[in-house]
Write a protein that binds this ligand. Structure first.
Ligand SMILES: Cc1cc2nc3c(=O)[nH]c(=O)nc-3n(C[C@H](O)[C@H](O)[C@H](O)COP(=O)(O)O)c2cc1C
Length: 370
């Protein structure tokens, strides 16, 4: 269906890395629901991997249920990026993604992340050093440029193509924009048009199948990568796949399915991180599922303090009967209590040029301003 160099993929929908969220448990959850093939780890420092730093190794934790997998590296020293990638290749990783979009100071200060977008020659050299050594494909994830005056992504894509990159993921915002304003579909289209051979994957604010189709139609991108939208709704991949194939929009998942999958997610968090840490980490996960539950305040207040799986199930046992007052006989929310439909920034009719609010909440995490 779509190939990154020698890597043939069964879906052109991708999971964007969300550091602190798109870890092994969540990737398994999304894969079990379906529609997703290649998923990417959180970004990890190449040098830390070479040094086999314990935290770095945890960030790339994976297993047989989590295939095919890309590991996202950041770093600016070509030999370090190459050696980390070679080690990952030997571990069975399917592709390496280079982070060129991260606006966080810690990453840019050392010449990684979006600092790479401003230095074409250096970045090309880094990519070539990796590509020459590896059999698996190398991809890059970037923003449109540093700011509106420096929309460098089209030039960068051409240079990276010549250096042997196999695909590019492009978040349709500048570094300066952070997460504010609208995703720029024309900007993504200019990157698609600049690429001569490789697939360009669009990214940014896709929260529904309809938004994914609009991004593909308006930009010509070969695939769509989804981050926060998948955290709201891990069904987005399978629903989008069906929508793109048939033109018919599949219904949203039933509430009972959301509850079942949320419980599965917690079980996997406990399996991978242990009960104490897994439950503490789940405090920031559960409220994302709850965004589609309708009335939810009591649940959220308690779940952000949960410490054990038993406690989670007690919170749920209190919540479910309470929520029934807002539902019909089938257990679905009465329309007046339903959460508003999700609308991507680029699908809103009136978006003032000066808009500063974010279209979707930006989750708190180890990084403040992704
Ligand atoms: C909390 C958080 C963590 C992120 N971590 C990463 C990361 O590790 N690597 C990366 O390339 N992008 C990262 N991003 C950016 C996303 O991959 C994606 O490009 C961005 O959120 C826009 O897509 P979305 O609207 O579908 O979420 C992160 C974004 C957020 C909000």
């Amino acid at each position: 269906m779509i190939s990154f160099g020698p890597l043939r993929l069964r879906s052109n929908l991708f999971l964007s890395p969300l550091a602190g969220y798109t870890n092994l448990p969540f990737r398994i959850v999304a894969r079990e629901i379906g529609g997703l093939d290649l998923a990417t780890t959180d970004l990890v420092n190449a040098r830390s991997l070479i040094e086999k730093n314990r935290k770095a190794l945890k960030l790339i934790e994976t297993d047989h249920r989590d295939r095919p997998l890309a590991v996202q590296l950041f770093g600016a020293v070509p030999e370090e990026m190459r050696d980390a990638a070679l080690w990952l290749e030997a571990q069975g990783v399917s592709s390496i993604d280079i982070n060129m979009g991260c606006p966080v100071k810690k990453v840019c200060r050392v010449g990684g992340g979006s600092a790479m977008m401003t230095e074409l020659d250096k970045t090309s050299h880094l990519v070539r050093t990796m590509v020459d050594a590896l059999k698996i494909p190398v991809t890059a994830k970037m923003r449109l440029g540093w700011d509106d005056e420096n929309l460098t992504a089209p030039d960068l894509v051409r240079a990276l193509e010549d250096a042997g990159i196999a695909a590019v993921f492009i978040h349709g915002r500048t570094r300066e924009q952070g997460f504010t304003g609208t995703v720029n579909l024309a900007g993504i289209r200019s990157v698609v048009q600049a690429a001569r051979r490789i697939p360009v994957i669009g990214n940014g604010d896709v929260t529904t199948p309809v938004a994914a189709k609009m991004m593909a139609d308006e930009t010509g991108c070969a695939g769509v990568s989804i981050g926060r939208g998948a955290f709201y709704d891990p069904w987005i991949f399978t629903r989008t796949q069906r929508y793109l194939a048939t033109g018919a929009l599949p219904p949203e998942p039933a509430f009972a399915d959301r509850i079942r999958v949320m419980g599965r997610h917690l079980d996997l968090m406990v399996e991978v991180f242990g009960e104490d840490l897994g439950c503490v980490m789940f405090r920031k996960v559960a409220p994302w599922y709850a965004k589609r539950f309708g009335p939810v305040s009591g649940f959220n207040k308690k779940v952000v303090l949960m410490s054990s799986r038993a406690e989670f199930h007690e919170i749920l046992a209190d919540y479910l009967p309470w929520r029934a007052q807002f539902c019909d006989d089938q257990g679905e929310l009465l329309p007046r209590f339903a959460p508003p439909p999700l609308v991507a920034s680029f699908m809103r009719e009136e978006e003032p040029a000066s808009a500063t609010r974010t279209a979707i909440p930006v989750p708190k995490g180890p990084v403040e301003v992704w």
